[in-house]
Structure formats: structure tokens, C-alpha cells
Design a protein around this ligand. Structure first.
Ligand SMILES: *Cc1c(COP(=O)(O)O)cnc(C)c1O
Length: 497
């Protein structure tokens, strides 16, 4: 006792709030102004922070200025700059002014809308905004609130997949008995995101009951409906129970698209839950010229896309739609006494806690609503198209340099390419290719002027360039290509054959 501050303790005074927030906003604005001057990929060594910051917490308040100074000196050097116009790794996570404003409002109100009663506006706006986006994507009416379906905002695709897996699992197990869990089988292609693997484990299905079916270059690395059907029949013959199929529109390694309609028919024939993961490419499907990739979506039970990737919505915001919300609710709802209320019991309201893992949830709908209103559908389409155009530019630059080759067809704004080893018909070609491209990628990333990552499909190592950071312009892509060419020349000269 006696160590508490004697002054009134006031952590949320509107005047201070306004003043200090403005300082932080100016700090962030400066960061964006300078972002091109930082090495895109952080150059610090593991453990760098330990020697720079005190090893225990301060006992008394510290001035904001000191904290911002430390952020400048110690934190920014340890950032990999995802908002840099020269960031081409993974997939972009678009920040935007509107996304930030929405995030600020969400954080400012700091309400928790696990039930309708805990913030009716948050629940009802979520229902409305998910219908808006469903319309933008031309999802069938069964996914909208008016058609007995509905959308919900999750933090991540991982969460969306875990929840839909749990719903599918419980739907089957309540019929056949919970001991049959060892018989449930989940299907996907070998290109499906690893979050399916994680989800399968989390819902208690053994890893040996996940079929990652092989894909081929000749089919653009998409899942063949015949391969799927053969696998299902084999499993049925062995007494197993096919449960869930995950199709992908825009795979992470190379942007491949599974044939949704044909897969949907197989799923329907064998009564599988069909989920479509369009985390990255879903955003593009608001443009009529990309919408055909979703043809057959009416055969799906659930569909998800990350608005925090390509939709100008700051982290985090994953949109999940389901045809039958009851299947989610049956699996995920809990109703302890302290959460009971008349609104919930009237059954006329949505309690989104029953559509997700956690109880508490953020007012993400506000963010998405601000983003869509501040831009409008036409501008959002323009945004997608300009990124795709930039990717086309890069693709044609790669195609024009005979030292390089494209390794997968480009559908969206992801360009996959590699430097070719000169010698043909040499059985060591692939290991040489790998050596060259690893070196090239390392040189580019260590220059600090760009950041890309690699992937491997069918034993082929390649560089993947995801164009589409919010700040990326044509000059950046031109600069990137020049950098790649220069480093390629060095690497080819210095690699011994
Ligand atoms: C990014 C991505 C994911 C993972 O998304 P999280 O929101 O980080 O869980 C899953 N699938 C695909 C196709 C992705 O591109």
C-alpha cells in the first residue's frame, strides 16, 4: 500500500485522448511518408530487441513522446514493412485510410457484440454488411439473411475453417454417434492452405483422415473432380465416412482455382459439406470478369474470403457465409445463465457468439462498412483491376527475358516465375535451378528494396511475386524488375555449373 499515485487516476480523459491520438496519427502519417526508405524485409538478428529495451516494466507513467521515440529507434527497425510499395511477399494485407478510420471507430467504441443485446447496432450492421458483400460477389440468395443463410465476420480464414469443420462434424456425428469420429474424412487438393490441416486436427480428426489429393501442371494445379470422386469411393469401400471438401479459389502457392461447379456436384452426390476458401482471390470476384471463378458457389455450404487481404480493410476481417447458420449454431452455441436475455430467447435476433470460437468479438462490421462506403463498389473494382494490370506488366516483362520462365498461369495479381538454369537435359537441372533461384531471391530480399517469397510445387522451386500492396505503383514494379534483372545477371555470373 501507499505506492498508488496520489493524483486522480484518469486513463480515459477525452481531452488527452484527442491530443495524444492526434500525435499518434501524425506519427503514423510520417511512417507512411517514409515507408519507402526502410528495408522492406527487416534486417535485424534474432534477439535484437533484448539489448535495446528495459527488462522490466516501468513503475510510473512515461510520456508518449518517449514511447514514440523508442518505437522509432527500436521497433521500426524490427518491422517488415507490409505496407511498403515494394512488399510482394505472401499476399498483401491492404491498409487504407478508410480501413484505418473504421478500425479507429471500432476500437474507439470498444463494444463487444457477442449477442444482439450487447450492441444491437453492431449485430444488425454485421448482418447488413455481409448481405452487401454477398451481393457484390453475386452469391446466391441462400447465403444472405433474407434467404435463411447469413454471413459473419471472423478474425481469420483459419477460424472460418475450424468453425465450418466443427459444424459439419457435429451434423454427421449427432446422427451416427460420436465414436464414429475416427471414420470422418476431409478432402482437399495438395495446394490447399495449411490452415485446413490445422483445422482438421483442432476438430479432433486424425491427420491420416485428411486427403490432400495430387494436382498437376497440366490442369493448372487445380483439384480434379475425378481424382476426388475416386478417393471418396475408395474411402467408402474401406468403411470410412466422407465429411468435408475444401475447394480453393486462388491458392496461396500459385493462385490456382479449383473447378467449383464440378467439385460441388461430387460433394452433393456424396453429401459432403463443401467449403470454398477464397481468402485472397475472393475480393477480385466483385469484378464481372473474375466472377466466373465462383460459378457453382450455389453448391457450396460455406464460402470465405479475407477482406483484410485485397479489400482495403485493415487487419483483421475474414468474411464467412453459410447457407445454414443452424449448423454452426448447433455446434458452437453455449447458453450459460449469465448470458440469458429476453432478446435471445425471443429467437428473433442473431447472437454472433454462436457463429464463432470466442465469446467476445469486435465491431468489425463498422470497419468494413466504412471501407465500402468511402470507396464505393466501382472504386473497389478499379483497385482490383489496377493491381491485376500491374501484375500483367510484370508478367510480360518476365516473358520477354529469355533467362526467365513463368511457372504457373497468372489468374489474379500473383506472378510465379523462375530463373532458368542454362543447361537443358541435365539431370541436375532442378537442383541447379533451385540453387540459382534461392540465391536470386536472397539477393533481392537482402538488398532491402523488395521482398518476395518462394514456393515449391511438384519439386519445382520458384519465386512468387504478389503484386497489390496499396501503395504499389507502376514505377515500383518497373524498379522491382530492374532489380531482379540486375541480381540475376550477378547470380548467373557467380554460380558455378
Ligand atoms: C491467406 C490464406 C489463408 C489463411 O488466412 P488466415 O486468415 O491467415 O487464416 C487461407 N487460405 C488461403 C487461400 C489464403 O490465401
Amino acid at each position: 500500500m501507499g505506492s498508488l499515485p496520489t493524483n486522480a487516476f484518469s486513463p480515459l480523459v477525452p481531452g488527452d485522448f484527442s491530443q495524444e491520438s492526434k500525435k499518434v496519427i501524425d506519427f503514423i502519417a510520417d511512417y507512411y511518408s517514409n515507408i519507402e526508405n526502410y528495408p522492406v524485409l527487416s534486417q535485424v538478428k534474432p534477439g535484437y530487441l533484448k539489448s535495446q529495451l528495459p527488462d522490466s516494466a516501468p513503475n510510473s507513467p512515461e510520456p508518449l513522446e518517449d514511447i514514440l521515440k523508442d518505437i522509432d529507434a527500436s521497433i521500426i527497425p524490427g518491422l517488415t514493412h507490409w505496407q511498403s510499395p515494394n512488399f510482394y511477399a505472401y499476399f498483401q494485407v491492404n491498409a487504407s485510410t478508410a480501413g484505418f478510420l473504421g478500425e479507429m471507430l471500432c476500437s474507439g467504441f470498444n463494444v463487444v457484440n457477442f449477442g444482439w443485446i450487447t450492441s444491437p447496432a453492431a449485430t444488425e450492421l454485421e448482418t447488413l454488411i455481409m448481405d452487401w458483400v454477398a451481393k457484390m460477389l453475386e452469391l446466391p440468395p441462400q447465403f444472405m439473411s433474407s434467404g435463411n443463410g447469413g454471413g459473419v465476420l471472423h478474425s481469420s480464414t483459419c477460424e472460418a475453417i475450424v468453425c465450418t469443420l466443427a459444424a459439419a462434424r457435429d451434423k454427421v456425428l449427432t446422427e451416427v454417434g460420436y465414436e464414429a469420429i475416427t471414420k470422418l474424412v476431409v478432402y482437399s487438393s495438395d495446394q490447399t492452405h495449411s490452415c485446413l490441416q490445422k483445422g482438421v486436427k483442432l476438430v479432433g480428426i486424425g491427420p491420416s483422415n485428411l486427403r490432400c489429393l495430387p494436382t498437376a501442371f497440366s490442369e493448372g494445379f487445380s483439384l480434379s473432380p475425378q481424382t476426388l470422386e475416386d478417393a471418396i469411393q475408395e474411402d467408402i469401400k474401406s468403411g470410412l465416412v466422407p465429411l468435408y471438401l475444401c475447394g480453393t479459389v486462388g491458392t496461396t502457392a500459385c493462385g490456382a482455382v479449383d473447378p467449383i461447379e464440378k467439385l460441388g456436384e461430387v460433394a452433393r452426390k456424396y453429401k459432403l459439406w463443401f467449403h470454398i476458401d477464397a481468402a485472397y482471390a475472393g475480393s477480385a470476384c466483385i469484378c464481372p470478369e473474375f466472377r466466373h471463378y465462383l460459378n457453382g458457389v450455389e453448391l457450396a455450404d460455406s464460402f470465405s474470403m479475407n477482406a483484410h487481404k485485397w479489400f482495403l480493410t485493415n487487419m483483421d476481417c475474414c468474411c464467412l457465409w453459410v447457407k445454414n447458420p443452424d449448423s454452426l449454431i448447433n455446434s458452437l452455441s453455449t447458453n450459460p445463465e449469465y448470458l440469458r436475455n429476453a432478446a435471445s430467447e425471443s429467437l428473433n435476433v442473431i447472437d454472433y457468439k454462436d457463429w464463432q470460437i470466442a465469446l467476445s468479438r469486435r465491431f468489425r462490421a463498422l470497419k468494413l462498412w466504412v471501407v465500402i462506403r468511402r470507396h464505393g463498389v466501382a472504386t473497389l473494382r478499379f483497385h482490383i483491376r489496377s493491381d491485376v494490370n500491374l501484375a500483367c506488366c510484370l508478367e510480360s516483362l518476365v516473358a520477354r527475358d529469355s533467362r526467365f520462365e513463368l511457372v504457373a498461369p497468372r489468374k489474379f495479381a500473383l506472378v510465379c516465375f523462375r530463373l532458368k538454369a542454362g543447361k537443358k537435359n541435365n539431370k541436375d537441372d532442378e537442383s541447379l535451378n533451385q540453387k540459382l533461384n534461392k540465391k536470386l531471391l536472397q539477393e533481392v530480399n537482402e538488398s532491402g528494396n523488395a521482398y518476395m517469397i518462394h514456393s515449391v510445387i511438384g519439386g519445382v522451386y520458384f519465386i512468387r511475386c504478389a503484386v497489390g500492396s496499396t501503395l504499389t505503383e507502376e514505377r515500383h514494379v518497373a524498379g522491382l524488375w530492374k532489380l531482379i534483372q540486375e541480381k540475376a545477371t550477378e547470380v548467373l555470373l557467380n554460380t558455378t555449373y
